[in-house]
Design a protein around this ligand. Structure first.
Ligand code: SAH
Ligand code: SF4
Length: 416
């Protein structure tokens, strides 16, 4: 085998390892207490199989898809193109579920945060961030309950991974938020709505729950339903290099990469996953990312931490590193959370940094923190599942944050 083939085989092995590990944290089957199956989150094929099992024809998939994802209906009795007896038969076997909103908070700037509770009692947060200038906004969706990674500036990172979210729970966050804003039926084409974009920037690392996230995004992008264009979806990763290639090939959504440091020694500390996939490998994956162009730039996220990563030399090195990548750099002032040790960079440091990046030809918006008063800003999301877990309510046995392994992954790794 030549060297390129060996590298490709290694990457494939690595992907298999990541996917196998994700499967260990699988969500429970979406069933109600009385044994009915949730149709939300199923692929068209899965839906066809469920219908076949009750003796129904494949054309029903299209019908149901329309009612579930275009009309947003949750009651089979409202499916007027389906005859009463079949409505009843469906209702006996299935539900069209939504996660339950355990709490909803609205910030003084209209940012809204939901704490959604799933059937097993686990909870995750979703945030709607309205665009201050237009009648639209982004929904920030969670992909996991907790996170295996432990980026030192991130509140979610203080929580161990409880489990992955399933497709029903990921799409369900969007659908439940849309219920709140009365945005059904789904608009055709690109008609803007309040919930006009999705950012996978809530709790968790989406590329460590790839299969569920991918299935959910395929549902959201399906033209006969919610029909959100892949250009309106941004997946944020801390840098799971082998899965970036897979996401690019399968989904082609916009990519955001949490860079946060320009030297490996510092990034090793801030984003411990860097010990496994260092900066050079990460940027090479960005260069390979399909569809990256001036119209579809890769976003580099850079949390500005006072006296840690915010010097002019850092900015110059950042520009040197990303040379040739169609990119923009989102500068995120660090959002403090209870117990965090970092400080937010000064306004001066932020502006000096932004100017260097901008002068090199990259857009470098400073992201205004939204929803700080309800702890809804970037990286502040965290549920109380860890506390409940310590109280013995959950069976998983997390490894303490301080003992995370060299690849920055604090859960026990049964694959190695
Ligand atoms: N796990 C993914 C997506 C979720 S985090 C990732 O790390 O990219 C979404 C973004 O918020 C990331 O860029 C993350 O680094 C950033 N972030 C985390 N904690 C933050 C904080 N306290 N202040 C500002 N940004 C933060
Ligand atoms: Fe996980 Fe992202 Fe937070 Fe890092 S920044 S701990 S990867 S959620």
């Amino acid at each position: 085998m030549n060297a390129t083939l060996t590298a490709a085989a290694l990457t494939e092995t690595e992907r298999a390892r990541i996917l196998a590990k994700a499967a260990l944290f699988s969500p429970p089957t979406p069933l109600t207490a009385d044994g009915r199956r949730d149709l939300v989150g199923m692929s068209r094929d899965e839906l066809a199989a469920e219908l076949a099992a009750i003796g129904e024809q494949p054309f029903r998939v299209k019908q149901l898809w329309h009612w579930i994802y275009h009309q947003g209906v949750t009651d089979f009795a409202r499916m007027s193109s389906i005859a009463r007896p079949l409505q009843q038969k469906l209702a006996d076997k299935f539900v069209i579920g939504r996660p339950e909103a355990a709490t909803v908070q609205t910030s003084s700037d209209q940012t809204r945060k939901w704490l959604f509770r799933f059937r097993d009692g686990q909870q995750a947060e979703t945030v709607y961030i309205p665009d201050p200038e237009q009648d639209r906004g982004a929904l920030c969706i969670s992909s996991q309950i907790g996170c295996t990674l432990s980026c030192t500036f991130c509140h979610t990172g203080t929580q161990t991974l409880v489990r992955n979210l399933g497709p029903a729970e990921i799409v369900g966050q969007f659908m439940a938020a849309r219920d709140t804003y009365g945005e059904w039926p789904s608009p055709k084409g690109e008609t803007p709505r309040l919930l006009s974009t999705i950012v996978l920037m809530g709790m968790g690392e989406p590329l460590y729950n790839y299969e569920n996230v991918a299935q959910a995004m395929k549902i959201v992008m399906d033209n006969e339903g919610i029909a959100l264009s892949r250009r309106r979806i941004t997946l944020s990763t801390s840098g799971v290099v082998p899965m970036m290639d897979r996401a690019g090939a399968d989904l082609g959504v916009n990519l955001a990469v949490s860079l946060h440091a320009v030297r490996d020694d510092l990034r090793d500390e801030l984003v411990p996953l860097n010990r496994k996939y260092p900066i050079a490998d990460l940027l090479a994956a960005c260069r390979r990312y399909p569809g990256a162009s001036n119209a579809r730039r890769i976003t580099f996220e850079y949390v500005m931490l006072k006296n840690i990563n915010d010097t002019e030399a850092d900015a110059r090195e950042l520009v040197r590193l990303i040379a040739g990548i169609p990119a923009k750099v989102n500068l995120i002032p660090f959002n403090p959370w209870p117990g965090s040790t970092y400080e937010t960079s000064s306004g001066n440091a932020l502006h000096r940094f932004a100017k260097i990046v901008m002068d090199a030809g990259y857009a470098s918006p400073i992201r205004t923190p939204r929803g700080r008063d309800i702890l809804a800003a970037c990286g502040q999301l965290k549920t109380d599942s860890e506390r409940r877990k310590k109280a013995g309510a959950l069976p998983l046995d997390p490894v303490a944050r301080s003992t995370h392994s060299r690849d920055g992954d604090k859960s026990p790794n049964p694959m190695t």
